[in-house]
Design a protein. Structure first.
Length: 132
């Protein structure tokens, strides 16, 4: 099965959507990325928002990091809970990771955070979250 492209409704685009995820959602972090999640029952599949600041590098470097993050998210999407809004913030070290390890490094960093956040379908990995 080919992963679906993260376009249209599969992407967070408005600043209000980002703000809601930042303010009301949960976050997990690593050296390279910060992942914010917020449940959104109105969505059929997880929606992705990316934030890559100039601290990561120039425009070419930032676009490379965004491209790799989108690709890694598309690979992970079939196994994720469908009702989530997700914002991934790239830390400055993410640019170095993308240069050094490419997609494999970015994918590993994102998978680690997805596991920490408990976003995988059918699992609740987050400590202190009870299933209803």
């Amino acid at each position: 099965m080919k992963p679906r492209a993260v376009t249209g409704r599969g992407r967070l685009s408005r600043s209000a959507e980002f703000e809601r995820v930042y303010r009301q959602g949960r976050s997990v972090a690593s050296r390279y990325l910060v992942l914010y999640t917020f449940p959104n029952a109105a969505t059929e599949r997880p929606r992705l928002g990316l934030s890559v600041s100039r601290k990561v590098g120039g425009a070419v470097q930032r676009n490379k990091v965004k491209r790799l993050l989108r690709e890694a998210f598309m690979k992970a999407e079939p196994g994720l809970k469908p009702d989530q809004d997700v914002v991934v913030v790239a830390r400055p070290a993410a640019g170095e990771l993308a240069e050094r390890d490419g997609l494999a490094g970015v994918d590993a960093a994102l998978q680690e955070l997805i596991g920490k956040a408990g976003l995988r379908e059918g699992r609740s990995d987050v400590v202190g979250v009870a299933e209803a």
